[in-house]
Design a protein around this ligand. Structure first.
Ligand code: BV8
Ligand code: ZN
Length: 278
């Protein structure tokens, strides 16, 4: 069955073909098709069931470290049971194509999962950290920790906090005092050192930015696409919904990342495109 034609794809394809320095800014919507819950989507979004204040702030961690630690361990195990989808794979393929011709595709993501990397892509910045990095909440010493295997069957479904198995965060081997915390950027916390600066520098040198799967509601990440517009680059938004950013986008491809991104890369390769076998 022929997939629905995506309005404005031709315009976006022309931009993709002409682009030499691309920046991809990705959000939770890119990983949705892999089974990773987004944040704000009604019913399914994490922030629909859990309050970010109760789980994604340092105060929350200090007041109930077991709850917050266990919830992030559940998310880390869930990600282990997920695999990159066609959207992640298309971005990785596009990155390889451009690198092969001496050009570049740079990725900066709000996602704390590792699906870009597992799709074979290089990521310039995890703006909001990673579920698989840990450090001491007191001395800051980085630490290794294994969140454990992917859950069996529907154990992956979101636990209710009351019945969730609670485990205490391990203590820090470096200072022996602090507790380990996930290497996540909680609300009210600064982004990782250099992540914002590196991303801004890439946007200020890009000729095309692709904003995929983000509601553009969390700052400062939501302001990043304007840095590309500010240097006259085109910005293509990929999102089935209208977002805070849609009116500013050069082209808004209203479709799912798993459909739109492969189509964009196929078109980029297309008959007159730069077809080079992988
Ligand atoms: C800071 C890690 C200060 C945690 C996250 C200015 C104005 C107002 C508020 C602020 C401001 N400046 C700062 C703030 C406060 C706050 C903020 O922005 N609050 C918002 C809610 C208003 N920002 C902060 O606190 C930041 N820190 O400002 O520090 C500071 C400054 C100096 C010195 C000291 C401190 C830190 C913010 C980072 C928080 N951490 N994540 C965790 O994961 O648990 S944010 C988290 O939510 C994600 O990382 C992501 O960034 C955000 C979710 O957004 P999206 O990824 O866009 O996901 P969402 O579900 O919202 O949308 C999904 C979209 O995908 C939808 O549009 C949907 O239509 C689409 N979609 C669905 N399916 C598909 C799809 N698209 C394509 N294909 C599909 N198949
Ligand atoms: Zn420590």
């Amino acid at each position: 069955m022929e997939p629905e034609p995506i309005p404005d794809l031709a315009e976006a394809t022309a931009l993709a073909r002409a682009a030499r320095r691309v920046v991809v800014l990705s959000g939770a919507g890119l990983s949705a098709a892999s089974g990773v819950p987004t944040f704000r989507e009604a019913q399914t979004g994490l922030w629909e069931r859990y309050s970010p204040e109760q789980l994604a702030t340092e105060d929350a961690f200090r007041s109930d470290p077991e709850l917050v630690w266990s919830w992030y361990q559940w998310r880390a195990r869930l990600i282990r049971s997920c695999t990159p989808n066609a959207g992640h794979l298309a971005v990785a393929a596009w990155q390889r194509r451009l690198a092969a011709s001496g050009d570049s595709l740079t990725i900066a993501t709000q996602n704390v999962d590792d699906l870009h990397e597992r799709a074979g892509a290089e990521v310039l910045a995890h703006l909001h950290g990673s579920l698989f990095e840990y450090r001491c909440a007191d001395c800051g010493a980085p630490a290794e920790h294994d969140p454990g295997a992917a859950p069996e069957g529907d154990a992956g479904s979101a636990p209710d906090l009351e019945s969730m198995r609670r485990v205490a965060p391990p203590s820090c081997a470096a200072c022996g005092v602090g507790m380990l915390r996930p290497g996540i950027v909680w609300f009210g916390e600064m982004l990782p050192a250099g992540a914002l600066e590196r991303t801004l520098a890439a946007l200020q040198h890009c000729d095309l930015a692709v904003v995929v799967g983000t509601s553009a509601t969390v700052q400062p990440a939501a302001s990043l696409p304007y840095a590309a517009l500010g240097v006259g680059a085109a910005v293509v938004e990929v999102n089935p919904e209208v977002t805070e950013f849609s009116t500013a986008a050069s082209v808004h491809l209203r479709g799912a990342a798993g459909q739109v991104l492969p189509a964009l890369v196929r078109a980029y390769d297309g008959p007159h495109g730069h077809h080079r076998p992988d």
